[in-house]
Ligand binder design. Structure first.
Ligand code: PLP
Length: 387
């Protein structure tokens, strides 16, 4: 089939605007008429530096990032960011207060659970506080705790949460946790740039590029400079405080101090991110995308709720994700396989739920067109009527 015939709702790597990929293909062969493609030149060349500068500037423009923040691009993925955040914020806390603080985690799904487990692995159980875990308190990851339900420790080095649980379809309302009196860290891997947010309410925001802002291979961290600049001798951190020291590739302070070019950065991948950022700016910015995400997801949730005897979304209404819409069919695995097959005949793809939870997952990232959503919603309605 041709690209236009496919309505791809995959969770990531996700669909991108065709115009972005067309430009990227040209630049992979011959960038700015230098006779070489972007995958072939040094990250330290003037063109490589230009890509880093452009991506940073466009992100700054889209999110109104103030000068008190720095943006780091690196290769660790969302998973690498779990570790990078734990190292950075514990170091900052010790440098600032001369004592070890606790890493606090709000667990609302599989990704925040993984992040919390990574922190336990690196920092030790006694340095990690699980401020909430909805699977433990309610039996499933289908809701979010309110700020007053959290058991925060007395001396939090940071409070970490996942702004959109990609597998479980849980997305807290914007600003639910931004009033917490501690450095707040959000994993926005799967809803980054899907709607506007105020970066100044966060100590750090991290996101892999491969959903709304490009292809896999680049991870983005936007961090308050004061935190990046905290200094303490690694040997003191280890010997006096018993804390681990970050490997260089995950040391966000070193990466920031070197303008994200301490070691080789995948420049072509970052260029795809930059082209996507330009596309978002040209299409009206994040308010526009926020409105669209809301409208598109509302259409899908409304068909789910229209046929409760067939479709069930397990997530509570106040935290249903606008990016990853998860639901089950009454007939379980067999009926879901039939649903996926019949959807496939219409060009609808990428809707199988994550292997850990099964069911159906429709991802509604920025590149998903209204027309694709309409085709999906019409299919869901006719499928329900035929059952
Ligand atoms: N956090 C969230 C919310 C994710 O959706 C993912 C991956 O899908 C990750 C973290 C892990 O990212 P990576 O696979 O790049 O390590």
């Amino acid at each position: 089939p041709a690209r236009e015939d496919i309505h791809y709702f995959g969770a990531g790597p996700a669909a991108l605007p065709t115009s972005v990929l067309e430009q990227a293909s040209k630049d992979l062969l011959n960038f700015q008429d230098i006779g070489l493609g972007l995958g072939e030149i040094s990250h330290r060349s003037s063109q490589g530096q230009g890509v880093v500068d452009d991506a940073k500037a466009h992100l700054k423009e889209l999110l109104h990032i103030p000068d008190s923040y720095d943006t780091v691009f690196f290769q660790g993925g969302g998973t690498g960011a779990f570790a990078a955040i734990a190292y950075l914020f514990m170091k900052y806390h010790v440098a600032k207060y001369n004592r070890v603080g606790q890493a606090n985690y709000i667990v609302t799904g599989g990704w925040s659970d993984k992040a919390a487990k990574e922190a336990v692995k690196l920092l030790g159980e006694s340095n990690v506080q699980i401020a909430a875990d909805t699977k433990k308190s309610t039996g499933s990851w289908t809701s979010v705790p309110s700020p007053d339900e959290l058991s925060l420790s007395a001396d939090p080095a940071y409070v970490y949460y996942c702004d959109n649980e990609t597998v479980h379809g849980v997305e807290p309302a914007a600003d639910l946790y931004t009033g917490i009196d501690a450095p707040l860290v959000a994993d926005m891997s799967s809803n980054f740039l899907s709607r506007p947010f105020d970066i100044t309410k966060y100590a750090a925001v991290v996101a892999g590029a491969q959903k709304n802002v490009g292809i896999a291979g680049v991870t983005i961290a936007i961090i308050r400079k004061e935190i990046l600049d905290a200094k303490i001798e690694p040997s003191i951190l280890q010997k006096e405080y018993g804390l681990p020291v970050a490997p260089t590739t995950l040391d966000l302070s070193i990466l920031a101090a070197n303008g994200s070019l301490y070691n080789t950065l995948p420049i072509f991948t970052l260029h795809v991110t930059d082209l996507t950022l330009r596309h978002l700016i040209a299409a009206g910015g994040l308010s526009e995308y926020g409105k669209k995400a809301q409208e598109k997801s509302a259409k899908i949730y409304s068909v789910i709720d229209e046929y409760p005897e067939l479709y069930q979304c397990p997530v509570k209404k106040d935290c249903r994700s606008e990016m990853n819409i998860v639901f089950r069919l009454a007939g379980g695995d067999a009926q879901e396989a039939d649903f996926i097959k019949k959807a496939g005949a219409l060009g609808i793809s990428g809707i199988k739920g994550h292997r850990s939870v099964g069911g159906i997952r429709v991802s509604n990232y920025n590149a998903i067109q209204d027309q694709s959503v309409d085709i999906l919603v019409d299919f869901m309605r006719s499928y329900a009527k035929a059952e």
